[in-house]
Each structure stands twice: as C-alpha cells, then as structure tokens.
Design a protein. Structure first.
Length: 157
C-alpha cells in the first residue's frame, strides 16, 4: 500500500498515470507472450517437420479422345503444371520433385504426335515450352537445379 501511495504522489496528473498503467500492462503482456514450457519445443518441431514434409501427387489425365495422356508425378509443395492444346496422340510424362517447380506447355499449331518426358528436380525451377517441331519429337528434358528458368521456343516451317 505504501508503494501505491508513493507512485500516486510521483504521478500528479492523470495523463502520466494512464501512460504508466498502459506501459505496465504492455510490459506484462510481453513477458506472458514469451513464456514457454517443456512442450513448446516439441510442438514447434512437429509443426515445422509437417510443413516441410514433401507431398506426393500423381495423376493421369486422358484427353477427351482417349488417345492422348499426361502422366504427372509431383513430390513436394506448390508445384504447378499447365498444358494448353495437347494434340491428339500426344503423350507427356511429367515428374516434379522439389518445391515450387513450374512447367508450362503451349502447342497450338502442330499436328504431329509426340512423346515428351519432363523431369524437374530442385526448388523454384521454371520450364516453358512453346510449340513443337521435329527436334522435340520423343524429347526428354531434365532440369536438375535450383532457382533456374528455361524457355524453349520451337518454330515450324
């Protein structure tokens, strides 16, 4: 009680008293937020391991005519694939191992069948293929790196 009377004598105006109370409450909230126990490390380790755990996805996507297909295997987080205008009879095998890999394939005008194998391994890789010609028929593209981008533009006669 003596301490409280001493504080009130020191803090003569109301603004100073309010500022002092806010400061004490904020300091107590900061101390309470930093308290940990023996379970904190275990819980943090678990959630970090779960968030970094690779996720495997596999899909085979047939075209509407039933003759073309895309076989996709993804192991990792935030991998993406985009295929536009897959021709009748085209087959693609795509494997993405790692995190944040991106594969895009655009083929609008070629009418020849192809078999394309794409393997991406690493983190944050990007591969874009535009068009197709005789050099790309039965091609295999291996991209094993981190933070790289490859753009392939094919032109036909």
């Amino acid at each position: 009680m003596l301490i409280i009377c001493f504080i009130f004598k020191l803090l003569k105006n109301m603004k100073t008293l309010i500022a002092f109370i806010v400061l004490v409450v904020a300091f107590q909230a900061t101390i309470a937020a930093q308290q940990t126990d023996e379970n904190t490390l275990i819980i943090n380790t678990y959630f970090q391991a779960v968030s970094e755990m690779p996720v495997e996805k596999q899909a085979t996507l047939p075209n509407t005519d039933g003759q073309s297909f895309v076989n996709l295997v993804q192991m990792g987080n935030e991998n993406s694939i985009y295929i536009k205008s897959l021709q009748t009879g085209d087959n693609q095998e795509v494997s993405q191992v790692g995190n944040q890999n991106n594969y895009e394939y655009y083929n609008y005008y070629n009418k020849e069948n192809s078999n394309l194998n794409v393997n991406q391994e690493g983190t944050l890789n990007s591969l874009q293929v535009f068009g197709e010609n005789s050099l790309m028929k039965d091609a295999t593209i291996n991209q094993r790196s981190n933070f790289k981008s490859v753009v392939i533009k094919n032109y036909t006669n």
